[in-house]
Design a protein around this ligand. Structure first.
Ligand SMILES: Cc1cc2nc3c(=O)[nH]c(=O)nc-3n(C[C@H](O)[C@H](O)[C@H](O)COP(=O)(O)OP(=O)(O)OC[C@H]3O[C@@H](n4cnc5c(N)ncnc54)[C@H](O)[C@@H]3O)c2cc1C
Length: 420
């Protein structure tokens, strides 16, 4: 086993969070190594962006690449109630007459690749097919990583700062036992891609649709993608969607469950008439959790490696990009000050968690069966702008908390989770 200490920062995982940190830190002249275990671009879920990603893309130098891509443009999100009635679309330009109000629906294999290429262009060294088995610590201080490549060869690498951007693998979170599942969001999801089917026209063609099933026990997303593909997924409580649906032998037929849920969602069934399912149904569960710390001495967590809320408002990619950007800023500052303490590297944590909390409240409202956004807005029309601001991701640029006292009168909102 070889040992080297050649890098200022090692970033573990080449998803959007990892690429963002890599790009911004390398751009400042620091020696950055990003390790991605996958050898080739992967199919991934998480395909819908929200407008506030614009500002991170701008810093990354990605806007032109996205503008000239074939990713469908997304102007709005539209909700369908359990009775099949569609809301007026929430157009992001309603509160933000700026080009950032239009965002994209992305095919992750291509999008993640674009971000990684951009990191390489900005000076980061990107190694693929290299997985990290373990982060090395001396006490609470991270000192390096043990890697393994596709031939099974292991190597020990050292760096001043170790960034965990391993997504739901959450390498450091598992190693240090930091993660707690959101107690009231024990969810599961089944998803696939379709080819063909019906889309709305004009600026509604690229809209994300969120559709409740008849009894509001589950909901579907519909996300238009390039190549005439649409991403379709259903989300529901783990017990409802999976645990209670096993056959007599304890087996799960996920295709059957998916079809049963689709039968309870008439507007989506109609849109998928004549469309062809392209992939076997895939499953994921227990995806809502958060780590109790965001950083320690010489280590930082970004993106899903720190935590994930819920897919309903498409906030995952935004929070991955935003935490990547905030972490890059504190890392660059740490090098300037020669201070790699938990206090320095975790200094972005409280502001980041405040932003997450705004989304989290809206997620809880969505899953409250008696609550409806239509009823909330008919009673409090003055909060339409606040809702659009949150759906756009404007939780770090604007104060959106003014809507919550009124919302709390119509549904129980969760107490805030803070960093430990
Ligand atoms: C059902 C569902 C639907 C979703 N829909 C949306 C959506 O519509 N919009 C949205 O914005 N978000 C959505 N998300 C969330 C979104 O997918 C994630 O938030 C986002 O991918 C997080 O980015 P990341 O960079 O943190 O992690 P990832 O994108 O997961 O990247 C982590 C990377 O690390 C690599 N890796 C892992 N372990 C190691 C290791 N040990 N060594 C080296 N490399 C490693 C992986 O191969 C991977 O490339 C959804 C999530 C779920 C569960």
């Amino acid at each position: 086993m070889n040992t080297h200490h050649n890098y200022d920062t090692i970033i573990i995982g080449g998803g959007p969070a990892g690429s963002t940190v890599a790009t911004l830190v390398a751009e400042q002249g620091y020696r950055v190594l990003l390790l991605e275990r996958a050898t080739i671009p992967q199919f991934k879920i998480g395909e819908s962006l929200i407008p506030a990603t614009y500002w991170t893309f701008k810093r990354l130098g990605m806007l032109e690449k996205l503008r000239t891509s074939h990713f469908p443009q997304k102007y709005s999100v539209q909700f369908y109630s359990r009775t099949g009635k569609g809301s007026t679309p929430f157009y992001f330009f309603q509160t933000n007459p700026h080009e950032s109000a239009v965002t994209w629906q992305v095919l992750r294999s291509e999008f993640d690749e674009m971000l990684l290429d951009n990191a390489t262009e900005k000076g980061a060294e990107v190694r693929r097919g290299v997985g990290v088995r373990e982060v090395l610590f001396e006490g609470d201080t991270a000192t390096g990583v043990v890697t393994q490549n596709t031939n099974g060869t292991r190597e020990t690498l050292h760096a001043t700062v170790i960034v965990d951007s391993t997504g739901q693998r959450s390498l450091i979170g598992r190693q240090l036992n930091l993660n707690t599942i959101e107690p009231n969001l024990k969810m599961a999801s089944l998803f696939t891609h379709y080819e063909g089917g019906h889309r709305d026209e004009g600026i509604d063609e690229g809209a994300t649709l969120i559709l409740h099933t008849e009894e509001k026990d589950s909901w579907f997303w519909s996300i238009p993608l390039p190549y005439n593909r649409t991403s379709i997924g259903v989300v529901g409580e783990l017990d409802y969607l999976l645990q209670n649906r096993r056959d007599a032998d304890g087996r799960l037929d996920t295709q059957k469950i998916f079809n049963e849920e689709l039968e309870k969602c008439m507007p989506l069934q109609q849109r998928l008439e004549g469309a062809k399912q392209l992939l076997p149904i895939q499953t994921t569960k227990d995806f809502s959790y958060r780590a109790s710390r965001i950083a320690g001495n010489n280590w930082v967590l970004v993106g899903d490696a720190f935590g994930f809320l819920d897919p309903v408002y498409s906030t995952g990619l935004f929070l991955a990009l935003k935490s990547g950007e905030m972490a890059a800023d504190v890392i660059i500052e740490a090098f300037r000050k020669d201070d790699f303490s938990e206090a320095q590297l975790g200094s972005f944590g409280p502001a980041f968690v405040d932003g997450m909390e705004a989304f989290r409240k809206l997620v809880y409202a969505f899953y409250t069966k008696e609550f409806s956004f239509a009823r909330f807005l008919s009673e409090y029309p003055e909060h339409q702008g606040g809702i659009v601001d949150i759906l756009s991701g404007d939780v770090f640029r604007k104060d959106v908390t003014h809507i919550f006292p009124a919302m709390a009168k119509m549904c129980p909102l969760p107490p805030e989770m803070s960093l430990g």
